[in-house]
Design a protein around this ligand. Structure first.
Ligand SMILES: NC(=O)c1ccc[n+]([C@@H]2O[C@H](COP(=O)([O-])OP(=O)(O)OC[C@H]3O[C@@H](n4cnc5c(N)ncnc54)[C@H](OP(=O)(O)O)[C@@H]3O)[C@@H](O)[C@H]2O)c1
Length: 247
């Protein structure tokens, strides 16, 4: 059931997060949106409200634990509880290792790895107390196999895969009823390529996305499907991409 579920979405100011927020709200979920660009979040929340949905937002930098705690608190205060945490915020400044873009390496670890840890640390106490909950994370096809230029990005997304699988296993072993879902998208048309600082890599990726990219709405439907599954059922992994992309 999606209706009336309280869903926190990180990285909700554009792309996959925005599309998911709008779709879930249209199905009756109460969505709480977080990202750094508050102006964009406000616009999306207004659009959802104009369409008859329920939404709130908070400026969130996932690298900061207090920000993650605060958005969970906002959801609790505004809508009474938290049912789903969609850990979706991410960056993809890929490049060859030889370019030595060490700032980009560290930023990807901070956002794509530590951001996930911070989000889980913020919401897990609520889920353990309720003995229910759903944690959904956006990995990548780069979390399933190695790609040149993606050593660090892929590493962060492999981390998400391992972390989410252990979370699933431990939740089952501890009887906490926490469901998990990890999503592995291929080329999805969002703002993600704007995070690439290496010019050659950016141009090559743009060509790939121009050729294959599909709408972030496709991922939103997968998230909705996972949430809509019966409460005793975890649909754990989804690999989703353009039908014509070999990825
Ligand atoms: N698009 C693809 O082809 C693709 C493929 C595989 C995986 N993914 C993954 O999908 C997820 C969503 O990306 P997208 O494709 O939708 O790209 P996007 O449009 O660039 O969205 C990324 C989101 O993450 C947020 N974000 C970045 N740094 C943040 C931080 N420190 N704190 C909070 N929010 C932060 C951004 O918002 P602010 O800038 O406002 O903070 C934005 O809302 C990412 O994890 C990405 O790795 C995407």
């Amino acid at each position: 059931m999606i209706k009336d579920k309280v869903v926190i979405i990180t990285g909700a100011s554009s792309g996959i997060g925005e599309a998911t927020a709008k779709l879930l709200a249209s199905k009756g979920a109460k969505v709480v949106l977080g990202a750094r660009r508050a102006d964009k979040l406000k616009r999306i929340v207004d659009e959802i409200a104009n369409d008859g949905g329920q939404a709130a937002y908070k400026e969130l930098d996932v690298t900061k634990q207090p920000d993650n705690d605060a958005i969970v608190e906002l959801a609790r205060k505004t809508f009474g509880r938290v049912d789903v945490m969609f850990l979706n915020a991410g960056l993809m400044p890929i490049s060859p290792l030889s370019a030595l873009k060490t700032d980009d390496w560290h930023q990807m670890v901070d956002v794509n790895v530590k951001g996930v840890l911070n989000g889980v640390a913020a919401v897990l106490p609520e889920f353990l107390a309720l003995k229910s909950g759903h944690i959904i994370a956006t990995s990548s096809v780069a979390g399933l196999k190695a790609y040149p230029n993606g050593a660090v990005y892929g590493g962060t997304k492999w981390f998400v895969r391992d972390f989410m699988e252990v979370l699933r296993m431990e939740s089952a072993m501890e009887g906490t009823n926490i469901r998990t879902a990890t999503i592995y998208p291929a080329a999805i048309n969002t703002e993600l390529l704007e995070t690439i600082s290496d010019e050659g890599t950016a141009a090559a990726m743009q060509n790939t996305y121009d050729k294959y990219g599909i709408s972030p709405d496709r991922i939103a439907h997968v998230v909705a499907f996972a949430i809509d599954a019966p409460e005793d059922t975890t649909i754990n992994e989804f690999t989703v991409g353009p039908a014509n992309q070999p990825w």
